[in-house]
Design a binder for this molecule. Structure first.
Ligand code: BES
Ligand code: ZN
Length: 649
């Protein structure tokens, strides 16, 4: 590591950053020496975020959004009225991408404005002159069919087939494709909105929400807590609501909403455990919206209204760590926000850590241990590839200038981040660690942090000895995984690992192989999704051959499983091999129908990858399915898969 890079400018921030976190707990030894770790570009990043055209010179503080959602033309026509914070410049710059700007006014009078040069990744800056003490900029515009944040989902593909569905996905830099805004996490604003949707539809935002449909399709929203643009969100469709508790509830299509309410019935318990751990929930309500299966993510932490994939509704609550995760973002991310996307691990690593703590509190340590072991596994598997292809991407602190922040959505931010924080916890002890985190969330609520500012706090918590034993700099700036990475052991998984050995130990041609490889139902009946995932991954890692997969499928019926998480792992494993399912017809139909309905990238990218790495027949099959399925995918999934298929041409 280049130490010259470090030391430079840190003193500047040092004096600003760090006040009271070290007061929460008593540590006898001297705190670690507060060297500031970072280079001189860090401060500049704060002034000029590498993923936004907007600058510190003029910033906004409030949005009034007035929108009409036209499902016929698949376009949103809107005006965005931005109230300005004090300005230090004669212009203000907004980010836009593939928007049609109709006009701009300043305090109701025509404004002087222009569009700057277009950038493929960042879009087009909208520059508005501020010749006088202007208060409000109003931008009239329309979205286009190139809006990457929007998915217009046709009625035929919904459960009820009565109405189409629209949902947005703004993170990381896609808010600018549906609202002209200062699209960077360093700018926060409050908002009010009035949204017009077709009659009979319910519209929802990351704000205060209706629970019932209005007569006229007009809805009003307000978000009184300041949020960054990536948390702007809108959903509209044929939706019903069920209350789960005092301050939580779930929205979904009427066909799905009861199952969703059952699946997420632990939400209220999670909120109170989270508050107990890290302080008050600042956002009023915590509701959830179940999206169509094409949603490219598992979840998105839109404030007051988490967006969710329906693929976690499996009937046994086994996948609700996703709720714990999105809820945890109400602190790590939404309350204390990564200042730029280079510090993305501050959002996701903290959130995975917090997710595990919530799961531990609500479901018990044995359950949380499984999640931690899977996180460790994910990390190892992804690291192996990344260290070969792009070792720099294995650092927690990223340098994403000129790159899509989507590139940093890897196991590094999530799982390396998690393990680092877990090691910190183990090093200082849970009591000190929890007090520290609580203080951190409190001190910096509704603010942003860069990695170096967090390290500054950490240096205040730890003794020099603790700091050295963790090896903080290596964890944050080094490549790969330090040797002192905690290794999570799981009781429940040790049984699974035995079962894997048992299966791999039989010779598939043996006439009694099937029964020899079968683990009694009295054991597997208690297995959750996570045990099955471990089992399938164990087969892969243990070098299972076709015959083993055949036995496993015959015994446990993976190919026909109704659980999307299990089938995705299963297909990913077998699509690499010559095995075509215990029942080949069923297999073919299942793989196709999965890939043509589900758009969650975590599932379909590995599946397509396995196919493209298989023999010619499978490659051709992958292309055939993708050609059919592409139109029903979200623009983000399309982008990722287009790239994957190009790489395999
Ligand atoms: N905020 C992320 C999703 C995201 C990250 C979208 C970056 C766009 C850019 C969300 O909280 C998340 O992490 N989702 C995970 C959940 C999982 C780790 C429990 C997902 O969707 O898989
Ligand atoms: Zn997350």
């Amino acid at each position: 590591m280049n130490r010259n890079l470090f030391l430079n400018l840190l003193l500047v921030i040092t004096s600003v950053a760090f006040t009271n976190c070290q007061n929460h707990t008593e540590v006898n030894a001297e705190p670690a020496e507060t060297i500031f770790y970072g280079d001189t570009s860090i401060r500049e990043e704060l002034f000029q975020d590498p993923h936004s055209f907007s600058t510190e010179a003029s910033v906004v503080k409030h949005l009034d959004w007035d929108a009409e959602v036209d499902f016929q033309d698949e376009v949103i026509r809107a005006t965005a009225t931005w109230t300005l914070e004090e300005s230090h410049s004669d212009t203000i710059i907004f980010d836009t991408k593939n928007l049609n700007i109709v006009g701009v006014t300043l305090d109701g009078k025509p404004a002087e404005w222009s569009l700057g040069q277009n950038d493929e990744l960042l879009g087009t800056p909208l520059i508005v002159a501020l010749p006088f003490e202007a208060q409000k900029v109003t931008i009239s515009y329309q979205t286009t069919d190139k809006a990457e944040a929007l998915q217009w989902y046709p009625a035929e593909l919904t459960q009820g087939k009565r109405m189409p569905f629209l949902f947005t996905q703004s993170q990381a830099i896609l808010a600018r494709t549906w609202v002209p805004c200062q699209d960077r996490p360093g700018v926060r604003f409050t908002y009010n909105a009035q949204v017009n949707v077709p009659k009979g539809m319910l519209a929802l935002m990351s704000a205060s929400n209706p629970t019932q449909k209005s007569e006229d399709g007009v809805y009003e929203f307000s978000m009184p807590q300041p949020i960054p643009s990536y948390l702007l969100a809108l959903g509209a469709g044929d939706l019903a609501f069920i209350e789960l508790g005092e301050r939580s509830g779930v929205y979904a299509e009427p066909e799905m909403v009861r199952n969703a309410a059952f699946e997420f019935s632990q939400t209220e318990a999670m909120i109170s455990r989270a508050e107990y751990l890290y302080g008050p929930y600042y956002w009023g309500r915590y509701d959830m919206l179940v999206l169509p299966p094409s949603f490219p993510f598992g979840g998105m932490e839109n404030p007051r209204l988490t967006f969710l994939t329906p693929t976690v509704i499996v009937g046994d609550m086994s996948l609700t760590s996703l709720i714990a995760h999105e809820l945890a973002h109400s602190w790590s991310g939404n309350l204390v926000t990564n200042a730029t996307w280079n510090d993305f691990w501050l959002n996701e690593g903290f959130t995975v850590y917090f997710e595990m703590r919530i799961m531990d509190a609500v479901y018990g340590p044995d359950f949380a241990d499984m999640l931690e072991a899977l996180s460790y596994d994910d990390l190892q598997r992804e690291l192996a590839v990344m260290l070969k292809e792009d070792p720099d991407a294995t650092r927690l602190k990223q340098d994403l200038k000129g790159r899509n922040p989507d590139d940093a959505v890897t196991a590094i931010a999530y799982d390396k981040g998690f393990h680092f924080l877990k090691l910190c916890e183990q090093t200082v002890g849970r009591e000190r660690w929890d007090a520290f985190l609580k203080g951190y969330f409190d001190e910096y609520r509704f603010k942003t942090r860069i990695t170096e500012e967090f390290l500054q706090e950490l240096a205040g918590l730890m003794t020099q000895e603790e700091w050295n034993s963790v090896g903080v700099e290596e964890w944050v700036y080094g490549k790969g995984l330090p040797v002192n990475c905690p290794f999570p052991a799981s009781n429940r998984f040790s049984i699974v690992d035995e079962a894997v050995k048992m299966l791999l130990g039989v010779s598939p041609d043996d006439p009694s192989a099937k029964s020899m490889a079968y683990l009694g139902q009295e054991v597997t009946i208690r297995w959750s999704t996570h045990e099955w995932l471990r089992y399938i991954r164990g087969l892969e890692a243990g070098g299972a051959i076709e015959g083993h997969y055949r036995l496993a499928d015959a015994n446990y019926g993976f190919t026909g499983s109704p659980n999307p998480e299990i089938v995705a792992a299963w297909y990913t494993a077998i699509l690499k091999t010559g095995f075509e399912g215990y029942d080949p017809e069923l297999y073919e139909e299942k793989v196709e129908s999965f890939l043509t309905t589900v758009g969650r990238r975590k599932f379909i990218v590995p599946m397509y990858t396995s196919m493209l790495e298989g023999d010619e027949k499978r490659q051709a099959w992958a292309k055939e399915i993708y050609t059919k399925a592409r139109a029903s995918y979200h623009p983000l999934s399309q982008q990722t898969l287009d790239q994957l298929f190009t790489e395999h041409e």
